[in-house]
Design a protein around this ligand. Sequence first.
Ligand code: PSV
Ligand code: MN
Length: 423
Amino acid sequence: MRINNDQIKASNKELLDVHKEDLVQLAKKHKNLEQIIDTIAKYNIAIPSWALGAGGTRFGRFGFGGEPGNLEQKLDDVAVINDLTGSANAVSLHIPWDIPGNAEAIKAKAHLLGLNFDAMNSNTFQDQQDQEHSYKFGSLCHTDKVVRDQAVAHNKEVIDQGVALGSKSLTVWLADGSNFPGQLNFRRAFENTLASLKEIYAYLPADWKMFIEYKPYEPNFYSMVIQDWGTSHMLAKDLGEKAFTLVDLGHHLPNTNIEQIVATLVTKGMLGGFHFNDSKYGDDDLSVGVIKPYQLFLIFNELVYGFDNNKANNPIPAWMIDASHNLKDPLEDLIQSVEAIETAYAKALLIDQKALEKAQLANDVVASQRILQDAFQSDVKIILAEARLRNGAALDPIEAYRKMDVRKELINERGMNNAATGL
Ligand code: PSV
Ligand code: MN
């Protein structure tokens, strides 16, 4: 199904007058309101193809009716999110969950829907049917060269698929590691990983980037080869200027200061992108902003400051969501995540950076805190709504989604038992 302009206009009609009045009031408060609305209106976040169906845990999965059963249907779902939010014009694919049968046709369909392809994700953490060698004991780090070669070849294939679709980046996340002390030689595993990554890197087209994701534990519970941002940064540095670190918010031990990691990476020009999600305990993959919205705001503060003072020429990061949920309608959940990211960004744009710098230089701790919290406590719903309006999207996307009965339509179209590919 495709949402059309008339449906959007109809859903906005009732809300429009109040919205316009609110906007006039808000303009009196913020001098740079126009600029902020413009920045938010131009901002886009990539949707992970693997989050369009119900997520699951190792204890089970509860399907959601009308899930997309193939890549074409996944694109249709991303278009629904984009049509309603005006801020999700890209999709991040995971291979082999999403192998495009006919890349030209998929590209043409995406183009028609106003979508493009963000980073391609390789998968050497699961064994596939007909795969010759198992990844049970690792992939790029494996003790056996034939396994490493197979994993390298897979990454090269993913690059080929991405080239055919017009993507410009590869995200590598490795489950490689060990469950028991003594199981793996740390140094050998690191060296093997670096050598394998070098082969993949050498295959990257000139205008591509490689993002290296880190994670402290899971699925391995004693050690992960790329356990933290330092390791990722070291590998990326060794590879060359097309390699960067990717920050998945759920991939940190509890209470890690993620905003500081972001600041440091931008200082060094090494921040490649994000996988946004939220968590209370580990890699919970909860909807963005549900647990620690202040942390997300502080991350965006570092991004706003970082890109206003971008001495190391850090490229604009890839903005991707990586959340997976058990309970909610996946499309509603992704809309909520998009909104949460934009909320944090808009609030960070409200920070008076000059006043903050002055307070910091004077070591005025109280003033610094007030400046941040004033911005964080501001209501930016109207800013987001106006940005959406200017993009021809819905003033209230969730409300519109429900009024349009999108899920019911999808169930009618696809049935109750269509299951999306993914974890
Ligand atoms: C691993 O936990 C991860 O964050 C990586 O990005 C994977 O590609 C994705 O999740 C798989 O769901
Ligand atoms: Mn991730």
